[in-house]
Design a protein around this ligand. Structure first.
Ligand code: WQD
Length: 340
């Protein structure tokens, strides 16, 4: 029987791409999602890619009674990948209590059930946001975490601490926190990708919607940073490369290859790229022009961050493979496919 993996938030952007890679590697996936920021059609899109329709349960993971009933029903789970969370930085500033309630209680409900129902393995969706604006670049997993820039970022820091302390108290459990940098792009089939509801906060969906004529112009938030071209620098990673890192992390835990009961890995490309370089790369890769203008910095943005991925490369045997041009082309193909 194939090993069964729970993927919470599995109809979301990173979750759906991870479900595809898990199925490609022979895992039996069950998704839990409340569809608050994704569409149920994603299940059929996944099936179109892999030929397998994931099992799916729709409920809110803040509801402990429903979480408990789920774990009673699915009694053969080998591991959990926990994506389900609210993730919009700006929204978290306006609605901090919703973010703390959702992002913390979902995790605590899941971990309580891991203990009670003896599901030993957890992979957690963390973020480079825990590093704030690093003093030294590139960041390694030993780079000190900093005061979060937003309630969203703070929930990631607190969740890492909840996991660390729970795994220390329950040594039968083990976990890996993957600290994502900036996930972008879409599956090569263009059947799944980023589906921002409303006006996108993030750069790439706003950029592709601008090129598609949905938005009039892309605003570049600042060109007065202390960077080569003045625009801010990030580490943009193809979402499929990121998804593959989750499969490798699951296998590390299932095969007891982990060296500590709680491990952290930076999941980026190791390359810092500026907003203006993104525009250049997109135009080169697609042949499309990106109408844009320079405006003031966005409040809360850091100047630059990119990963030292040595630990993930050596310990996980994982490395991001897609080039930036390929990644941005995949984002454009996805935008052309959905047209919205
Ligand atoms: C990237 C760069 C902007 C929009 C956040 C979270 C992170 C993760 C990804 C959830 C920045 C610039 C953006 C625009 C722009 N969240 N930009 N014009 O802020 O690095 O990371 O989203 O998974 O945890 O912190 O991503 O895509 O919003 O911005 O110039 O219209 O693009 O200033 O330099 P960010 P982003």
């Amino acid at each position: 029987m194939n090993k069964q993996i729970l993927v919470t938030g599995g109809t979301g952007f990173i979750g759906s791409h991870t479900v595809v890679e898990l199925q490609n590697n022979g895992y039996d996936v069950v998704i839990v999602d409340n569809l608050s920021n994704s569409k149920i059609e994603v299940l059929n899109q996944i099936k179109e890619i892999t030929g397998i329709l994931p099992k799916f349960e729709e409920f809110d993971l803040t509801d402990k009674v429903k979480v408990d009933a789920f774990f009673k029903k699915y009694s053969n789970l080998e591991a959990i990948i926990h994506f389900a969370a609210s993730k919009a930085v700006g929204e978290s500033v306006d609605k901090p209590l919703m973010y703390y309630n959702n992002n913390l209680n979902t995790l605590m409900n899941i971990m309580s059930c891991m203990i009670e129902y003896k599901v030993p393995n957890l992979v957690f969706s963390s973020s480079c946001t825990v590093y704030g604006q690093p003093d030294k670049l590139p960041v390694t997993e030993k780079t000190p975490r900093k005061e979060a820039e937003s309630p969203y970022g703070n929930t990631k820091t607190i969740c890492e601490d909840i996991i660390r302390d729970t795994l220390n108290a329950y040594p039968e459990l083990k976990g890996i926190a993957l600290r994502y940098f900036n996930p972008i792009g879409a599956h090569e089939t263009a059947k799944i990708g980023e589906l921002p509801l409303g006006v996108p906060n993030n750069l790439i969906p706003f950029l592709t919607q601008t090129v598609a004529g949905i938005r009039p112009e892309l605003s570049v938030f600042g060109d007065d940073y202390n960077t080569p071209d003045g625009s801010a620098i990030r580490d943009y990673i193809h979402v499929v490369d990121l998804a593959k890192a989750h499969v490798v992390a699951i296998e590390r835990l299932l095969n007891d290859k982990n060296k500590e009961n709680c491990e952290y890995f930076n999941v980026g490309t190791g390359n810092g790229v500026s907003v203006l370089e993104i525009i250049e790369s997109f135009e080169r890769a697609t042949g499309e022009k990106v109408p844009h203008k320079i405006v003031a910095r966005r409040v809360g943005d850091i100047e630059q961050i990119y990963a030292d991925t040595t630990f993930a490369n050596e310990e996980l045997g994982w490395k991001a493979e897609s080039t930036l041009d390929e990644t941005l082309l995949s984002a454009w193909k996805w935008q052309e496919n959905i047209g919205e």
